[in-house]
Every structure is written in C-alpha cells, then in structure tokens.
Design a protein around this ligand. Structure first.
Ligand code: FES
Ligand code: FES
Length: 155
C-alpha cells in the first residue's frame, strides 16, 4: 500500500504493508531512530511523537492511520541553528536523563503537556507523564525538568 503524510515538515510517500506501525515507518523506512522502541505494546512511551500536534505512541498506531497527517519527531524539535528546544535544554540543565533511552518520548510528551497546560504543578506533570516510563532516574529530575521547561516555553 502507498501512504502519504508529512514528516518533520517534509512530504513523504512510502510503500508499506497494511500492518506497518508508524514507529516502524519512522525508524526503518525514514531512518528517524530518535523515536525509540521499548515495548511495542503502548506501555513505555519511548516511541512518542506528535501527530497533528498531539503526542501519540507511534507503536500503537498503524502508519495508515497517520495518512494525510503531520508527524513531528524528536529530530525536528531543536531550532534550525541546532539550539535545543527549551524542553530539551531543561532536561539537560536538570539532569533529567541518565541512559537517555526514554528521553525522546519524555520530551515529546512534556512539550504536548505544556502546550495543553502551560503552568503544570508537580501533580499535573506526574499525571501528564504517566504513560512514559524511565528505568534510571527515579523521575524526580524529570519532573523538575518539565517544570523548568514549562517556564522556558512560557518565555
Ligand atoms: S514502544 Fe511504544 S509505548 Fe513502548
Ligand atoms: S534515562 Fe534511562 S530509561 Fe530514562
């Protein structure tokens, strides 16, 4: 089957199988390996991307379900000059990562959370990220990073 969508601002057309997951299309056909694959069962959030501006788990969507849509991955979050997105910068400042495996998904979910709730308190951050798992950090630094990222995003 043929699918057309926009990925990171560029039109893309791919031949896929009906069962191809969006995460597989991104990683294997488009080489966007910043979108990680942890569980493939919609539990860990490592594969989180934005579809039409909303955070989704790309292992839980068929590529066909994104047809005609606009997908943004972690590769597109930094500015054109390479400077980090405010949320990425906050993760760096607060040491919100250790191995980094969960980080792309955490950042994509956090940006979506802050767009919907510009001043999240600790409870809202923890609730907003409950679909993203981290094996390393114990979450406290991630929560601090998202709070700081929210402040940065508000300017
Ligand atoms: S790989 Fe998609 S939620 Fe874990
Ligand atoms: S930093 Fe290692 S899984 Fe989160």
């Amino acid at each position: 089957m043929n699918v057309s969508l926009t990925v990171n601002g560029k039109p893309v057309e791919c031949d896929i199988e009906e069962r191809t997951l969006l995460s597989d299309l991104l990683r294997e056909q488009l080489g966007l390996t910043g979108t990680h694959r942890g569980c493939d069962t919609a539990q860990c959030g490592a594969c989180t991307v934005h579809l039409d501006g909303v955070a989704v788990k790309s292992c839980n969507l068929l590529a066909l379900q994104a047809a005609g849509g606009s997908v943004t991955t972690i590769e597109r979050i930094a500015a054109g000059d390479g400077s980090l997105h405010p949320m990425q910068e906050a993760f760096r400042e607060c040491h919100g990562l250790q191995c980094g495996f969960c980080t792309p998904g955490m950042v994509m979910s956090a940006i979506d959370l802050v767009r919907r709730c510009p001043e999240p308190d600790v409870g809202a951050i923890r609730e907003g990220l409950e679909g993203n798992l981290c094996r390393c950090t114990g979450y406290d630094n991630i929560v601090q990073a998202v709070a700081l990222g929210a402040r940065h995003m508000r300017g």
